[in-house]
Design a protein around this ligand. Structure first.
Ligand SMILES: Nc1ncnc2c1ncn2[C@@H]1O[C@H](COP(=O)(O)OP(=O)(O)O)[C@@H](O)[C@H]1O
Ligand SMILES: [Mg+2]
Length: 373
């Protein structure tokens, strides 16, 4: 049973949601008819999740959301914005205010309950000790490397020399390219290391260091025949890197190799990247099924690699049966960032892509939760 705060000025809707969440969800529900009162109730008894209307007398739902995020007791709870306004700009405002999810009214009670339960199973954000993030997308070309590189650079700003990026692609991965580095040394050399040797003290010999202070275990320029690093080696490398770095970001190949599975088993967060086109969506829906046992650690990232409008987020989330944590907008500057080997998170921290990645790292809880260490 979870404690859920519902803030809405529509008394009928409040009662309907109460009945739904109490009787069908088995949850404890706290109702509030306006923002100030909702915040006071949240302070008195921090809820496990909040559902907040946007337009209310007094302070609006976005402001409630921002204030909940500022209070350490509620900074990490899932927040669902429920609103009569369904424009893309409203969704962006909700996410920018710190909401995790956005539902446009009218919403069916079944849909609301499903979304609440999804977020409750996902509410345990990355704990401070967990510092390994896998980035995955099996369609290819959806922005996995772009997300991994920019996330690493973003984290390195807060944790200099404490972030390592691993490019596990066996077919000339682009981590080094996006960082403007020549991939030498790279992990191909690890194939010669005898199994069981203590990598923790030698792994740094295989890493490149970028001016941002991000360390990189690069993928070999010449594609490898077969699946790349063996499973035991992947586990050894990951353990060694976890001993050497606060944050390890793994750019996974677009195949569920044994090595990739070993990474997924040893991470605290899995960022599943997709675009909104039908082929990527199909692959992502299938991937979510394949990764069912990791579902509580999967964060879905919708990346716009091409310009143009997105289908409504609600429709996408319904099709994917999983909440979308972050929508990364198309960024026209990314093409130049890649060709120059200058990640936007470093050269243009205010660009749409870099801001979105910064927001993502906050949502994952990596920045706040480890900042005091
Ligand atoms: N948000 C974005 N806006 C613009 N271009 C993007 C964005 N994300 C990725 N790209 C571009 O899309 C292409 C594929 O990205 P990449 O990160 O290499 O995908 P993957 O690793 O999934 O194969 C690259 O050319 C990259 O620069
Ligand atoms: Mg890639």
């Amino acid at each position: 049973m979870a404690r859920i705060l519902v803030v809405d000025d529509n008394a009928d809707l409040l009662q309907m949601i109460r009945t739904l969440l109490e009787q069908r969800g088995g949850h404890e529900v706290i109702l509030s008819a306006d923002g100030e009162d909702g915040l006071a109730k949240a302070r008195a008894h921090p809820p496990d999740l909040a559902i907040i209307d946007v337009m209310m007398p007094g302070i609006n739902g976005y402001e409630v959301c921002r204030q909940l995020r500022q209070n350490p007791a509620t900074a990490q709870i899932p927040i669902i914005i429920l609103t009569a306004r369904g424009q893309p700009v409203d969704r962006e405002t909700a996410l920018a205010a710190g909401a995790d999810d956005y539902l446009a009214k009218p919403v069916t009670m079944a849909e609301l309950l499903e979304r609440v339960n999804q977020w409750l199973t996902q509410k345990h954000r990355v704990p401070a000790a967990g510092k390994t993030v896998a980035v995955l997308g099996l369609r290819g070309g959806v922005g996995v490397t772009t997300v991994a590189v920019n996330l690493a650079v973003t984290l390195a700003r807060s944790f200099p020399n404490q972030v390592c990026l691993v490019d596990l692609s066996p077919s000339s991965g682009h981590g080094a390219l996006q960082l403007g580095l020549r991939p030498d040394p790279n992990w191909a050399a690890l194939a010669l290391v005898p199994p069981g040797s203590t990598l923790a003290s030698t792994i740094r010999n295989y890493l490149l260091v970028h001016p941002s202070s991000v360390h990189l275990l690069a993928s070999p320029f010449v594609p490898i025949v077969g699946e790349g690093l063996r499973r035991e080696m992947v586990v050894g490398v990951l353990t060694a890197l976890q001993e050497n770095f606060l944050n390890v970001i793994v750019d996974l190949p677009s195949v569920l190799t044994e090595g990739a599975m070993a990474v997924l088993e040893n991470t605290t967060a899995i960022l599943l990247v997709t675009t909104a086109d039908p082929s990527a969506l199909q692959t992502t829906i299938g991937t979510l099924q394949a990764l069912k046992s990791f579902a509580s650690r999967v964060w879905l990232i919708l990346n716009q690699t091409t310009p143009g409008p997105l289908p409504p987020l609600d429709t996408l989330q319904r099709a994917l049966k999983h909440p979308v944590t972050e929508v990364i907008p198309f960024d026209p500057e990314q093409v130049r960032a890649l060709s120059r080997g200058n990640p936007l998170a470093l050269t243009a921290p205010n660009s749409p892509l870099a801001r979105s990645i910064a927001q993502l790292s906050t949502k994952l809880g990596i920045l706040e939760e480890t900042a005091g260490r």
